[in-house]
Design a binder for this molecule. Structure first.
Ligand SMILES: *Cc1c(COP(=O)(O)O)cnc(C)c1O
Length: 370
């Protein structure tokens, strides 16, 4: 079965094999492993020793996003969130429930956020300290222009938190070029092709040192994760998901062998193109125009035919070996297909041909957008 959902992704067998071991996290060999893995993640993000830190936090993407918000925003501080889609809404909820104030910045949902709109919103409200930006909005499939939005935030003298969960590993990111970024956060199980269970923040050490006492949570306090890392070399604060980390290390070996970020982006772009062009040949309409379509996930308008039923479509594809999401995150009904994970364009071509068979089987003749 191939998972064509945008995370957790299809993994390579070598990665899953690395789960089948017992591990003692406080053994000296494990300490060495843990420290090396953190250094590896730091290097992937362009971080420099002593200036930046890679901080693991067990759990999913939401946990690390909340941890970054709690750590770097003082209670009551305002966060400007460009409303890119489903994941900006999630960031908003995490911030509000943590007692931070959110200033939503409405933007169109079919093209990248305009840096000028971010600059104008910051100029209009001097109480905003941070911008919370979703780099790759998994809801729509749009990848936002992080370098220019970051530049706008930098010029305005504000700070930024980047949700890079569905971006990191595939889209370029170099924290050294983004002094306005307090933290960029991501997980093992999207573009880095590990299994779920561990999240990371790559953060600035100076800002970690200034932010002690903000979090209002021991579990989600990144300043405490950092302090522990400094004082207790090679250990986690609490029991880490040791097998998941072992599998992640294997996934990073494969990432490097493949050629790192540029190679991964190229493969995902080829997957996306095969899918995007393929569904168009089937008479379906992708949600986004070609120039707005990112390489991570493609949304396709639900066909207008009254016989359309998303769960029936999903189940029939599943019988053919392809699992796609059985929900949509777009305003109008759609189906969503992830282009990330250990899959190649040939897999995507087979998925498109299975979609064609299923549409025939379901009797879907009117295929334009509903
Ligand atoms: C997947 C994802 C998350 C976090 O998801 P979890 O289910 O909590 O791991 C956050 N932001 C974006 C953009 C994502 O794609």
């Amino acid at each position: 079965m191939l998972l064509l959902i945008p995370g957790p992704v299809t993994t390579r067998p070598e990665v899953r094999e690395a789960l089948c071991v017992d591990i003692a996290p406080w053994d000296p060999a494990s300490r060495d492993f843990y420290a090396r893995l953190c250094a590896r993640v730091l290097a992937l993000a362009g971080g420099r020793d002593g200036v930046h830190a890679a901080l693991p936090l067990p759990g999913c993407g939401h946990f690390i996003i909340e941890a970054a918000i709690r750590t770097f925003l003082a209670p009551g501080e305002a966060l400007l969130v460009p409303m890119t889609g489903a994941y900006s809404e999630r960031m908003t909820r995490l911030a509000v429930e943590a007692g931070r104030r959110v200033v939503p910045l409405p933007i169109p949902d079919d093209r990248p956020a305009a840096p000028s709109a971010v600059a104008a919103a910051l100029a209009a409200d001097p109480t905003i300290g941070h911008v919370g930006m979703v780099y790759s909005e998994t809801g729509t499939g749009i990848c936002h222009d992080l370098p220019t939005i970051g530049a706008a935030v930098r010029q305005a003298g504000r700070r930024m938190i980047v949700d890079a969960v569905s971006a990191f590993g595939a889209l370029p990111f170099d924290i050294a070029r983004h002094p306005e970024v307090d933290a960029a956060v991501f997980t093992a199980n999207k573009c880095l092709e590990g299994v779920p269970g561990i999240a990371f923040a790559v953060a600035r050490v100076d800002r970690l040192e200034e932010s002690a006492g903000n979090a209002g949570s021991w579990s989600l306090d990144l300043t405490d994760v950092y302090a522990h890392q400094v004082e207790n070399w090679g250990t986690a604060r609490f029991t880490p998901p040791a097998q998941v980390l072992n599998a992640f290390d294997r996934a990073l070996d494969l990432y490097e062998t493949e050629g790192g970020q540029p190679a991964r982006l190229a493969r995902y772009e080829a997957n996306m193109r095969t899918l995007y062009d393929g569904v168009r040949r089937l008479g379906l309409s992708p949600y986004l125009a070609e120039d707005a379509q990112g390489p991570i996930i493609v949304n396709v308008h639900a066909p207008a035919d009254p016989a359309w039923n998303l769960q029936v479509f999903v189940d029939a594809l599943k019988r053919r070996g392809f699992l796609i999401s059985n929900f949509h995150n777009t305003l109008r009904p759609s189906f969503r297909v992830g282009c990330i994970g250990a899959i190649a364009p040939a897999d995507m071509a087979r998925a498109v041909s299975a979609m064609g068979q299923v549409l025939e089987e379901m009797g879907i003749r009117r295929r334009e957008a509903a």
